[in-house]
Write a protein that binds this ligand. Structure first.
Ligand SMILES: [Mg+2]
Length: 310
């Protein structure tokens, strides 16, 4: 009708399959149509779905579609700060389940006592902390001294997200690595952090940056500028965690505990057993949908206060 042949169309589809990053372009263009959206989590979901379909059909795992190496890394598990007794109780459960790295979310009057108790109890464990933008520069200077004394691996987002100049001061004054999370959504933000020297590393999240291709660009930029790379997550299913695990071979830190904190994971086939994240090797992302059944079996076993994905 318009001069298009079946052979041409087939060739075009195969070309698309060889260049899945074209889908990212289409999704970026979608923000310009009336009512268009630029939500990074939506772009991540659609792009990951395309890669999963392609990888599942061709039996190619996601990390190979992305040209990433295989890897294995211990993930941190999040402990909410509370009284020293509460923190130790939670840490004990995760320790029993085999997790080796604790990430403590700070922001209570018990911060100092709880961290000291945790370090006393686990002198050889990796402990890192996330301040979630809570401190002023002066507060951060005091807190970072304590964190260094307690041999904490790194501090995440000590200052509000836009305080890059102050963050640069912390990064240069202290040995403990300053990792930024809220300050860096995508590679544009990352370039600002690089220009300002505002951090020693970044926390990448697929739902925050817009998907695996943008994450891969961020890894490249970070490594080119000697920044540490962490892959983090939201509270999400094992589908999202498995996609993050495709990056295991290029990470300095992993914070991929989202699916062990939920009770109604709709997927199966991938688990972070004993806190170890390994590159999934099945085709596509590496998970399959659970058969709908009442009483979904929760992943992970330790924590009482699990949450439900809505
Ligand atoms: Mg964070």
């Amino acid at each position: 009708m318009c001069g298009e042949t079946l052979e041409q169309a087939t060739r075009a589809i195969l070309e698309f399959e060889r260049n899945p990053e074209w889908v990212e372009r289409i999704l970026e263009d979608a923000e310009h149509v009336p009512g268009g959206t630029r939500e990074p989590s939506v772009r991540n979901a659609l792009l990951t779905a395309f890669l999963d379909a392609q990888g599942t059909r061709r039996r190619i795992p996601l990390h190979k579609l992305l040209n990433l190496p295989e890897g294995r890394i211990a993930s941190s598990v999040t402990i909410s700060v509370g009284t020293p007794d509460e923190v130790l109780k939670e840490a004990f459960e995760w320790h029993k389940a085999g997790w080796q790295v604790f990430k403590v979310k700070l922001g209570s009057k018990h911060d100092e006592a709880a961290l000291k108790a945790l370090r006393d109890h686990y002198p050889d464990k990796s402990i890192c902390v996330d301040a979630n933008e809570a401190w002023s520069l002066a507060e951060a200077r005091t807190r970072l001294k304590l964190l260094e004394r307690l041999n904490v691996d790194f501090v995440e987002q000590p200052l509000p997200r836009d305080r890059l100049e102050e963050s640069a001061a912390l990064a240069s004054e202290f040995e403990i690595p300053v990792i930024v999370d809220e300050s860096v959504l995508d590679s544009d933000d990352l370039m600002r952090v690089v220009r300002e020297g505002a951090a020693d590393g970044i926390n990448i999240k697929l739902n925050k940056c817009g998907g695996p291709y943008e994450a891969r660009r961020m890894v490249k930029i970070a490594k080119d500028h000697d920044l540490k790379v962490m892959m983090g997550c939201m509270l999400e299913s094992s589908l999202g965690i498995a996609a993050g695990a495709a990056f295991a071979g290029v990470l300095d830190y992993a914070d991929l505990d989202g699916n062990v904190l939920v009770t109604n994971d709709p997927f199966q086939g991938f688990a972070v057993a004993k806190g170890i994240v390994e590159t999934p090797r099945a085709g596509g992302v590496g998970v399959v949908a659970r058969k709908a059944s009442p009483g979904v079996v929760p992943l992970g076993s330790a924590r009482g206060a699990k949450q439900t994905i809505v």
